[in-house]
Design a protein around this ligand. Sequence first.
Ligand code: GLV
Ligand code: GLV
Length: 330
Amino acid sequence: TRAKILVARAIFPETIEKLKTHFEVESNQADETWSPSQLADRLKDKAGAFTTGTERIDGALLDGCPHLRICANMAVGYNNFDVDAMTAHGVLATNAPDVLTETTADFGFALLMATARRVTESEHFLRAGKWTKWSYDMFAGSDIHGSTLGIIGMGRIGQGIARRGAMGFGMKVVYHNRSRLDAAIEAQCGATYVSKEELLRTADHVVLVVPYSAASHHTIGEAELALMKPTATLVNIARGGIVDDAALAKALKDKRIAAAGLDVFEGEPKVHPDLLTVPNVVLTPHIASATVPTRRAMADLAADNLIAYLTRGEALTPLNPAVIGAAKAS
Ligand code: GLV
Ligand code: GLV
């Protein structure tokens, strides 16, 4: 008999069709918002779950899902997974790395440039009919080319942003990361390792691409904002919670830093109300990986992980590979 799986959010119809060639599929194509208990209820007889990064998979949920063997996340970030609890329950976790790297690095640059050059702020001004005459200092921002780019979190996406900055825009690129990269990779990216403090003090633009964890919670708060240049911009394409949004809203209001570009938020899809009222911030709804081909590749990778594991006991991008081959605990 075919394994039962749950697709927890709406996804490309083609992805559902592909999964149906292998599995009995229950899917949330209506994209209803499920409470944790509604999700648990639908997962209790399933062997696999297709998740998107918005569904929390933890020990309490897994206790009620004795048949579950894999959760495949259609996201590179997986802070919605309690991976230790999944391992303890014998449930494989997979994410969707690599396929979104270049697309997400492109967006990091889009947000950086929109922020530094005040693209959305000036568009709002124009649309509001306020453009009655030219003036010498109208929406004067800061330069990208030739400036110093500071990248916090030098994984694949951070490296992609570094390459764009160094090669495309002649930027001086500095980075901070939990561990220093090999000299060969540093050279390839045109990036120099510095302490977080030095990065914050010297960068004209700071881009955050660090995965979320308890250790990276509020990587940027009031103290870090105080170190930044008053002319600096801050871009967060990592995760909500990497930045203390209340402290950032205050720093923007007080012009402690010049501007920010944010694709992710603490408690999203809610946004801190003060961020909605300050003019010097560009806000986007968690779309850094959102191109049609990349979203398709991410969905395919999540589906292929489900197919590989439930039909062949293999996985393409496992996060807790020790689970593979180990007998399921329950
Ligand atoms: C998106 O935020 C992802 O983690 O893929
Ligand atoms: C993080 O996993 C990255 O790809 O940058």
